[in-house]
Design a protein around this ligand. Structure first.
Ligand SMILES: NC(=O)c1ccc[n+]([C@@H]2O[C@H](COP(=O)([O-])OP(=O)(O)OC[C@H]3O[C@@H](n4cnc5c(N)ncnc54)[C@H](O)[C@@H]3O)[C@@H](O)[C@H]2O)c1
Length: 92
């Protein structure tokens, strides 16, 4: 099955991507690396990585792919956690 994982470089997404590759699925990762790091990316997904912000209109590259299933894990979750731990002081 051809699967799209948005946020596939994140904490949850990267484990899901590992599992999907292990189960022999074709995996496309969409991530803009706002909190993820390319070094965390499953090496198998280097060829199927689309570096895009999910809020933008989908690129031709992505719309040309026949995706059968989507897991949407793109989220600024880690950013929000960091903000609550180390809030930026309000401007005067
Ligand atoms: N980590 C947990 O324990 C946990 C538990 C329950 C639910 N969740 C949920 O799972 C989801 C993922 O959480 P996580 O911990 O993996 O977060 P994470 O920050 O580790 O990963 C999110 C990924 O999404 C990418 N991303 C964020 N905004 C994007 C955008 N607009 N376009 C493209 N990519 C974008 C980031 O670069 C990052 O790689 C969140 O919705 C979170 O609330 C997480």
């Amino acid at each position: 099955m051809k699967v799209l994982v948005t946020g596939g470089d994140g904490l949850v997404g990267s484990h899901l991507v590992d599992r999907l590759f292990g189960d022999s699925h074709e995996v496309v990762v969409l991530d803009d690396f706002i909190t993820g790091k390319p070094a965390n990316l499953n090496p198998h997904s280097q060829n199927t990585l689309i570096r895009e912000n999910l809020v933008n209109p989908l690129s031709d590259e992505l719309t040309a792919i026949s995706i059968e299933r989507v897991y949407n894990l793109a989220s600024p979750a880690r950013t929000i956690t960091d903000c609550t731990r180390e809030p930026t002081p309000a401007s005067p």
